[in-house]
Design a binder for this molecule. Structure first.
Ligand code: ADP
Length: 609
């Protein structure tokens, strides 16, 4: 069991090291080199100081004395310079690692099968990794730090052993060995205490991470002015206060425990260290009095033994930290190992000025990964160039899933989807995606300017932005905005930002799809958040809005689909009816007839408007 755990730990560590190396080739050697300089420099002072003292008490050769002092100053200066330079370089490379890691994770998400993007497990993993990195609990960056500590500790231990070895080379009495054994036992006991304390600390800090997560949730919510409405309206203040109070209570209990542990173990540790220190001084002092070592050597040996104690503590702490860090490292490795990059074809999509793209679903069946139920069953439909297909049906009937398959967010389990007669999987993914302008139900707008939102880019063609906004029925609203299309949306970055209603946001999202000017336009419930008048305004202009483009129009409001060339009625994952509005209404037994009459009551007023 233990052996397996050790093996696993080593494997994680090895992957972590490779990962650091792949993120930045130089960061590991520079970290080790930096550790080397940092750990060597105290020894240089210890060593030369010993020599200076011996010179002062011995031969008193002024020239040699000046040389030694000059050497101390010169070496210190050079080491300081190199050390500072290395430190800067190390931090610079570390920041590159952070950036590259971020980029790698984002790229991973972008290239991941949408199935994993939608999967909450992926989302949780991503959040945990970011939280651990942010709170310095662990991960790649933490590993880099602990490796630096380990190298520093190890070099310190080795150098101190080399410098102290002399003491035993010429003074190998029984007393010397007893002394050595006592120092070792004391040090090992101290290390044991430290390991125990570290373990406890790690547990407490893991607890703090959970508390921090709750803290961040409540505090960001409280500051979020959008959530502010709900907090006030539903009088959630008390829930907030209660949660925050319990957080503070939990936090202070945790800190009390940390203080207690620190005090207890720190106290015992300090006592043992002083005991060892005392022993070292007595032993070495006696040697000096006995005349077997010089006064300068007292400085060298005591300094080196103290360095040995602190170095070995650092080695052990860093090993503990590296091992504990593995659980965070594993999160990152698991994230990178999420498999299932989408199969991406290479076939270029034929560029056609006439926008002549035909789409066909041939016997397509699909179930979401990890579920047993088919959400689409034997769906077959053809859409010819320039046609408008309305997809209607009750909630959950499979309309959005149909679109997700069309956009290759998922691939069908059975059947195929063809573009101009060729399976869409064979096309170059990006070129294929460029065929579509989509407005999803759960579209997102960002806290940039209106124009940037429409163009989905920093720089944009103002005339075009204005024209698509007009098409989407947003022109009048723009004229009331203080900076026109340069007006920032929302108040996140700009206190002059404007708040927009759900309906307005939907019009902007529609304009964004139009700006993209792709040959196929997909509108998923494009008017759901619009009031009936605005909805009527949009669908009566729909022909003008989509022009010659092929369009998919998903809606559960049948009244907004009447103008489409064909309407497909989805029910429980199947297309159960197809035809024009008029033809479908003639079938009084059909689902369309039923849906139409159940909804018509709400829209009679609008239609006669
Ligand atoms: P519609 O757009 O017609 O409202 P959807 O295509 O969104 O319907 O959903 C069809 C069915 O698929 C529903 O039963 C829904 O619960 C299920 N579904 C949608 N998304 C997922 C998903 N990511 N994982 C599992 N099931 C899903």
């Amino acid at each position: 069991m233990q052996v397996n755990r050790f093996k696993e730990n080593m494997k994680t560590l090895n992957t972590g090291l490779r990962e650091i190396h792949s993120l930045q080739h130089w960061v590991l050697p520079v970290t080790i080199f930096d550790a080397l300089f940092k750990s060597i420099s105290p020894f240089i002072n210890i060593y030369i100081t010993a020599k200076i003292i011996d010179e002062l008490l011995g031969a008193k050769d002024i020239e040699r004395f000046v040389l030694l002092v000059g050497l101390t100053i010169g070496l210190n200066f050079i080491i300081h310079l190199i050390s500072t330079g290395l430190d800067h370089l190390r931090l610079f490379l570390r920041n590159i690692v952070i950036q590259n890691q971020d980029m790698k994770m984002n790229e991973k998400i972008i290239n991941m099968d949408y199935e994993h993007v939608e999967n909450p497990v992926t989302h949780n993993l991503r959040t945990k990794i970011s939280e651990a990195e942010m709170m310095n609990s662990g991960g790649i960056i933490a590993l880099l730090k602990y490796l630096g500590d380990f190298a520093k500790g190890l070099i310190t231990v080795i150098t101190s052993i080399v410098l102290v070895a002399e003491l035993f080379k010429y003074n190998n009495s029984i007393g010397g060995y007893i002394f050595l054994a006592l120092v070792l036992v004391g040090t090992i006991f101290n290390l044991y205490l430290k390991t125990k304390a570290d373990k406890k600390m790690f547990e407490y800090f893991s607890g703090i991470m959970d508390l921090n997560r709750i803290f961040t949730f409540y505090f960001t919510r409280a500051e979020d002015y959008n959530a502010g409405k709900e907090i006030r309206l539903y009088n959630q203040k008390h829930i907030y206060k209660k949660e925050i109070d319990s957080f503070i209570q939990g936090g202070s209990n945790m800190f009390k425990k940390i203080e207690n542990t620190n005090g207890k173990y720190g106290g015992i540790g300090a006592f043992i260290s002083s005991l060892i220190g005392g022993m070292v001084y007595i032993f070495i002092g006696l040697r000096a009095i006995g005349g077997s070592i010089s006064v300068g050597s007292i400085v060298q040996y005591t300094g080196s033994i103290n360095q040995f104690i602190s170095g070995s503590t650092l080695v052990l702490t860093s090993i503990n930290n590296i091992m504990n860090n593995n659980q965070y490292l594993q999160l990152y490795i698991d994230f990178l190992n999420i498999e299932g990059e989408k199969y991406k074809g290479t076939l270029p999509v034929e560029k056609r000025d006439d926008d002549e793209y035909e789409i066909e679903f041939r016997n397509v069946s699909f179930k979401y990964p990890g579920t047993d139920e088919y959400v689409l069953r034997n769906v077959s439909i053809e859409l010819n160039i320039g046609e408008r297909l309305a997809i209607v049906g009750m909630n959950g009937s499979g309309k959005t899933t149909f679109i997700k398959l069309l956009c290759r967010l998922y691939d069908p389990d059975e059947g195929e989807i063809l573009l101009n007669g060729i399976d869409i999987k064979k096309y170059d993914y990006e070129e294929y995606m460029n065929l579509f302008s989509i407005v999803f139900q759960d579209f997102k707008l960002f806290s940039f300017s209106l124009g940037q939102n429409v163009a989905a880019s920093v720089n944009y063609d103002e005339m075009k932005v204005e024209s698509v906004l007009e098409k989407a029925g947003f022109k009048e609203r723009v004229s009331t905005m203080f900076k026109g299309i340069q007006t920032p949306l929302y108040k996140d970055f700009d206190e002059d930002g404007v708040e927009i209603s759900g309906g307005e946001a939907q019009k902007i999202a529609l304009a964004r799809a139009l700006y993209r000017d792709a040959p196929i336009i997909i509108l998923d419930e494009p008017t759901a958040a619009l009031d009936p008048i605005a909805e009527f305004e949009i669908y009566s202009k729909f022909n003008e809005i989509v022009g010659t483009k092929t369009a998919f129009y998903i809606s559960h409001r049948l009244s907004s689909c009447r103008f489409c060339d064909e309407i497909a009625v989805f029910h429980e994952g199947r297309i159960i009816q197809k035809g024009t509005h008029e033809a479908l209404l003639k079938n009084e037994e059909g689902k369309y007839y039923e849906l139409w009459h159940s909804q018509a009551v709400y829209y009679n007023d609008v239609e006669s408007a």
